[in-house]
Design a protein around this ligand. Structure first.
Ligand code: NAD
Ligand code: WQD
Length: 338
């Protein structure tokens, strides 16, 4: 297939672009590079031995989208482009809603004009809000995400459901990621957060690399096994594989399909620290501080639907996640800036 990957220079998009190329698909990446580097795409080309057609631009630019769709025959769109910093979304909700929601709608409009109806959307477990039981299955009610970023994902999901209901040509996958971590085993592509990391494993890595003094553990009074927050961490290469499986499936299934992409197993913050220390030999100094506003106690996926319908299971362990993250960090201490 000829696949347009929006946000394909970013963390998950670059790993998925690589998986697409390795599976024999052709890839056009549209990315405005607000949170990424073309070096990632050069490395994707080097790893796959195949070219990426890169367009530096914005999903809000409908003229550019029309040009992309009219200049080549695109079969499907994997839509990763978006802003994802939870704290920033509370400070700048308009920016998030315009970029994530208006951007997604602009993209869908251009797709419809070009008669391209296969779409895989990067959603998030955040759309489930704070469920009362675990594990979370796809038929759980969505609602009440705790921040504008999460609401932007839920809004796009709702819009996509209406769009698909109005026209049976749409084939849409909503992929609800749990907590993506890790890096490609080559150490050539990985997560490259600018500034202070928001997420746990990038923060742990910076402490291990000596760039930050200690990790702050946000609360140890949650109702979990050791009181710290529990999440379902999933290796980014498994996540990328899930996209290929979802893409292959939706091209034959009109309507909207929803799949959780997680491992189905929760790890607490303290368990993640131990796992990193055991896998890498690095000591992670930490201090327990107050809970972070908006955090929930625990969140992990019921993976049955993805297993049965996509034939997809995450294969990589938490130890793999730690080893691959650490290899990426050691090889690229300044991210893609070296
Ligand atoms: P990322 O920031 O690394 O990648 C997003 C990419 O989109 C970046 O390269 C950025 O430059 C690009 N982009 C942003 N706005 C754009 C626009 N208007 N036009 C063109 N390009 C634009 O993030 P990621 O971790 O790879 O996440 C990819 C997608 O998955 C996002 O939609 C994110 O919300 C979603 N998601 C991520 C996580 C996570 O924890 N990483 C979890 C759930 C869902
Ligand atoms: C994991 C655990 C923290 C940092 C976020 C978004 C979600 C999705 C994935 C994008 C929690 C604890 C963290 C630190 C800590 N994003 N923690 N110290 O919050 O589950 O999910 O990223 O689409 O929408 O909300 O991930 O990695 O930030 O936190 O103690 O310095 O680690 O409290 O329990 P989260 P996270």
């Amino acid at each position: 297939m000829n696949v347009l990957v929006t946000g394909g220079a970013g963390y998950i998009g670059s790993h998925t672009a690589l998986a697409l190329l390795e599976a024999g698909h052709s890839v056009t990446v549209l990315d405005n590079l607000t949170n990424s580097s073309t070096v990632a795409l050069q490395r994707v080309e080097a790893l796959s031995g195949r070219p990426v057609n890169f367009v530096n631009g914005d999903i809000l630019d409908s003229t550019l989208l029309d040009t992309i769709f009219s200049s080549q025959s695109i079969d499907a769109v994997l839509h990763f482009a978006g802003l994802k910093a939870v704290g920033e979304s509370a400070a700048e909700p308009l920016t998030y809603f315009i970029n994530n929601v208006t951007g997604s709608l602009t993209l869908c409009n251009a797709m419809k004009k070009a008669n391209v109806f296969n779409l895989v959307f990067s959603s998030s477990a955040t759309v489930y809000g704070e469920p009362t039981s675990m594990p979370i299955s796809e038929d759980f009610e969505t609602g009440a995400p705790t921040n504008p970023y999460g609401r932007s994902k839920l809004m796009v999901e709702e819009c996509l459901k209406d769009i698909a209901a109005s026209d049976s040509r749409w084939c849409i996958a909503l992929l609800r990621y749990f907590n993506p971590v890790g890096a490609h085993s080559s150490g050539m592509i990985g997560e490259n957060p600018s500034g202070l990391p928001n997420n746990l494993l990038p923060f742990i890595s910076k402490v291990a690399a000596g760039k930050l003094k200690e990790l702050c553990v946000f609360g140890d009074d949650y109702p979990t096994v050791d009181g710290t927050g529990m999440r379902d961490y999933i290796h980014v290469v498994d996540l990328a594989d899930g996209h290929l499986k979802a893409l292959n499936r939706i091209v034959k299934s009109p309507g909207v399909s929803v799949w959780n992409l997680g491992r189905g197993e929760g790890y607490t913050v303290l368990q993640m620290i131990s796992a990193f220390e055991n896998a890498t030999g690095c000591k992670i100094p930490y201090r327990v501080v107050a809970r972070r506003s908006g955090d929930i106690a625990e969140c992990w996926a019921d993976t049955y639907k993805a297993q049965v319908e996509l034939g997809w299971t995450a294969l990589r362990t938490v130890e793999d996640m730690m080893i691959d993250t650490w290899r990426w960090i050691r090889k690229n201490p300044d991210g893609y800036k070296n």
